[in-house]
Design a protein around this ligand. Structure first.
Ligand code: IMP
Length: 177
């Protein structure tokens, strides 16, 4: 077994809950009468989606898309591909993409381009954490939870090599001395 990295809490479960609630209020104002399709980018946004939609008290649908960008560990390969397709047609739908983190922006930009080609009526983006210091391509975020420093985050769905998704707080991995 590898030695465990040192983790420090960046956002507690209480701070996350307050932010998810605030995002849900913003989304409700814009989508309450639009019967939107929320598309969650797997795997990292599953927990965020699950908490968010419990606050949305209007008709909506949920779908999932699987994109692979990172190899093992903390470094992106830069290559993105669809590894799990949508089940729902999105033509003429009001689509809201739910993402856990925007880092370089490559994954999200790829996803939005891919979805835009399917001609939704509208396409917006809700992101829990944004790491703007690492951006390589521009991404417009319509609903943002937290702006985060250039640290590797884990917990609340975010993983490091598939581990730590189950942590209820968002933590960062402390640099080794
Ligand atoms: P991007 O394409 O560089 O914006 O990265 C997007 C994807 O990389 C996210 O959906 C995550 O899967 C992963 N990622 C980027 N930064 C982090 C991080 O700090 N922790 C965990 N995963 C990350």
């Amino acid at each position: 077994m590898d030695s465990q990295p040192k983790l420090r809490v960046l956002f507690s479960r209480q701070e996350i809950a307050a932010t998810v609630s605030r995002l849900a209020t913003e989304i409700s104002q814009d989508y309450h009468d639009k019967y939107p399709l929320l598309i969650s980018i797997l795997k990292g946004s599953f927990m965020f989606l699950a908490d968010l939609i419990r606050h949305l008290d209007f008709p909506l649908e949920v779908d999932f898309i699987g994109l692979a960008s990172y190899g093992k560990g903390r470094h992106t390969s830069g290559k993105i591909k669809v590894v799990q397709s949508l089940r729902s047609p999105i033509k003429d739908r009001e689509v809201l993409v739910i993402e856990d983190i925007v880092d370089t922006g490559l994954t999200t930009a790829f996803c939005l381009d891919y979805l835009r080609q399917k001609k939704p009526a509208s396409l917006k983006l809700c992101v829990l954490t944004d790491k703007p210091s690492r951006r390589q391509v521009p991404v417009t975020i319509d609903y943002l939870g937290f702006t985060v420093p250039n640290k590797f985050l884990v917990g609340y769905g975010l993983d490091w090599d598939e581990k730590f998704r189950n942590l209820p707080d968002i933590c960062f991995i402390e640099d080794e001395d």
